[in-house]
Design a protein around this ligand. Structure first.
Ligand SMILES: Cc1ncc(COP(=O)(O)O)c(C=O)c1O
Length: 434
C-alpha cells in the first residue's frame, strides 16, 4: 500500500479518524473492563490539554526542557512519598518499569554477587508476563512458583524454589488475573533473610491500595513500609488516571537505581546516558502524569478509589448471588474474576459480548476478569441484569461457547503448548494484514 500520493486537509483527516473509530471499544460508557481507566470528562480534559501542550517536547533531554525535568522529578517525589521509596524513574508503562527493576537486579547481582553466573528471578505463576519478557530480553532465568487455593502465591512452595542463583523474588499487589494481593511481608522477609532483592509489582493495584484505608476499603501492607521490599512498580496510566505512557519504578535506595541506568561514553554522536529503556520520551506523557496528580490531589484519588472499591463490591455481590457463577479467590479491591460452576463460562462471555460488554478471558482456571473503574459506577445494574440473563440461558439450555469463546477455550486446553505458541506467533504476524 503506497502512502497517499496527495495529502488531505485537516477536516478530511479528522473525519477519517472519526469514522475509523466506529467499531472501537466503547470505554466512555463503561462497556469495557480493561485497557482504559476513564475517570470522567474533567480528568480527560486536564490530561488532554497537558499532553497536547507537550506534544513535541522530548523527555530525552531534560536540560532542553527544564519544565519536563520539574514535572518528572515531582511525579517521582510524589510517588516516592506515597509508597515510602527513596527514589525512582518515570517510564512508559508497567512493562518498562518491570524491565527496569529486573535490569537493576541483574546488574546489582553482577556487581555484588560475581559468584552467580546464571542469575534467576523467582515469580508467582500469576505475575505479569512482563517478568518473562524481562528475563528473556536480559538473558537471565525465570522460575515460576505455584499459587495456593486462595490464588495468592504459596510461600512455602516458593521458599523451596529459592536457590543459589535467585537474585530477585517478586510479589504482586494486586494480580492481573484475580485481583488478589500476594503475601508481600512474608515474601520480603524471605528475600531479606537470604540477602535477595524483592520487587512488588503494584502496577495494577498501587494507586488504589495507597488510598484504600481512607476510601473505606481494606488496607494491606504492600510497599516500602514492609521491610525487605527493595523495588516496586506502579502505573500512573492505570488507576493513576494519567494518559497512556506513564508508570513509575521505585527503589528503596539510590544505589540500586543506578544499576538501572545505561551509559555509553565513546559514541561519535556524543556521550550518551539514559535512565530507562526509551531513547526519545514523549513529553506529553510526563506532563499529563504531573497534571493529573496536580488536578486530583490526594482527595481526588481517595474519592475515585472509594467509587471503584464500592462499585467492585456491588458487582462481586451480584455475581456471587447468580446461580452458576463463582468468584475466584477472595479479591477485596477493584479487580476480580469469576468462573462457571457446571457451565461453560466462555459461553456466558460470548453472549455478553454480543450484548456489547467486553470482559477479558482467563485460563487455568477458565474465567473472565473485571477491572472496575469509575466508568462502571452507573452500569452495575444493567451489567448484572444482562449477566444473570446470559448465565441462565447457558445454564438452562446446557449451551457451550460456539464461536470465538470455543476457539479460546480450545487454545487454553490443547496440551501441545508449542503449537499454541506458533498459532499466537502467526496471529501477531498477521496483524499488519488489512
Ligand atoms: C500486575 C500488572 N503488572 C504489569 C502490567 C503491565 O503493564 P503495561 O501493560 O502498562 O505494560 C500489568 C498490566 O495490566 C499488570 O496488571
Amino acid at each position: 500500500m503506497p502512502i497517499p500520493p496527495a495529502g488531505a486537509d485537516r477536516a478530511t483527516v479528522e473525519n477519517e479518524l472519526a469514522a475509523a473509530r466506529a467499531n472501537d471499544a466503547d470505554w466512555r460508557h463503561g462497556r469495557t473492563f480493561s485497557l482504559v481507566y476513564y475517570a470522567g470528562e474533567d480528568v480527560l480534559a486536564v490530561i488532554r490539554a497537558a499532553y497536547s501542550t507537550y506534544i513535541h517536547e522530548n523527555g530525552l533531554s531534560l536540560d532542553a526542557f527544564p519544565s519536563l525535568r520539574r514535572f518528572e522529578s515531582e511525579v517521582i517525589a510524589f510517588c516516592a512519598e506515597l509508597y515510602g521509596a527513596a527514589t525512582g524513574s518515570l517510564t512508559s508503562g508497567g512493562t518498562e518499569s518491570i524491565l527496569m527493576a529486573v535490569k537493576a537486579a541483574r546488574d546489582h547481582a553482577r556487581a555484588h554477587h560475581p559468584e552467580i553466573v546464571a542469575p534467576e528471578i523467582l515469580v508467582p505463576v500469576t505475575a505479569h508476563p512482563a517478568f518473562d519478557k524481562a528475563a528473556a530480553l536480559l538473558g537471565i532465568g525465570i522460575v515460576h512458583a505455584p499459587v495456593g487455593a486462595d490464588l495468592r502465591v504459596d510461600v512455602e512452595a516458593l521458599t523451596a524454589l529459592v536457590g543459589p542463583n535467585t537474585i530477585l523474588i517478586v510479589g504482586t499487589a494486586y494480580t492481573f488475573p484475580h485481583g488478589v494481593v500476594d503475601p508481600i511481608p512474608a515474601l520480603a522477609a524471605l528475600a531479606a533473610s537470604r540477602g535477595i532483592l524483592c520487587h512488588v509489582d503494584a502496577c495494577l493495584g498501587g494507586f488504589v491500595l495507597a488510598f484504600a484505608r481512607e476510601a473505606g476499603g481494606e488496607a494491606v501492607d504492600f510497599d516500602f513500609r514492609v521491610p525487605g521490599v527493595t523495588s516496586m512498580s506502579a502505573d500512573l496510566h492505570k488507576y493513576g488516571y494519567a494518559a497512556k505512557g506513564a508508570s513509575v519504578v521505585l527503589y528503596r535506595d539510590r544505589a540500586l537505581r543506578r544499576h538501572q541506568f545505561f551509559v555509553t561514553t565513546d559514541w561519535p554522536g556524543g556521550i550518551y546516558g539514559s535512565p530507562t529503556m526509551a531513547g526519545t520520551r514523549p513529553g506529553g506523557g510526563i506532563a499529563a502524569a504531573w497534571a493529573v496528580i496536580r488536578h486530583l490531589g490526594r482527595e481526588g484519588y481517595v474519592r475515585l478509589s472509594r467509587v471503584v472499591l464500592e462499585t467492585s463490591r456491588r458487582l462481586r455481590e451480584g455475581i456471587a448471588a447468580t446461580p452458576g457463577l463463582l468468584i475466584l479467590g477472595d479479591p477485596r479491591h477493584s479487580v476480580f474474576s469469576f468462573t462457571g460452576e457446571g457451565l461453560d463460562i466462555f459461553a456466558v462471555d460470548e453472549r455478553m459480548r454480543a450484548l456489547g460488554w467486553h470482559l477479558d478471558r482467563l485460563q487455568r482456571p477458565a474465567g473472565v476478569q473485571m477491572i472496575v473503574t469509575p466508568a462502571h459506577e452507573h452500569v452495575v445494574d444493567a451489567f448484572l441484569a444482562d449477566l444473570r440473563a446470559c448465565t441462565a440461558e447457558v445454564r438452562e439450555g446446557g449451551l457451550a461457547a460456539v464461536a470465538d469463546g470455543a476457539i479460546y477455550g480450545a487454545l487454553t486446553s490443547i496440551p501441545d503448548r508449542a503449537l499454541v505458541r506458533d498459532l499466537v506467533l502467526d496471529w501477531i504476524d498477521g496483524l499488519d494484514q488489512p
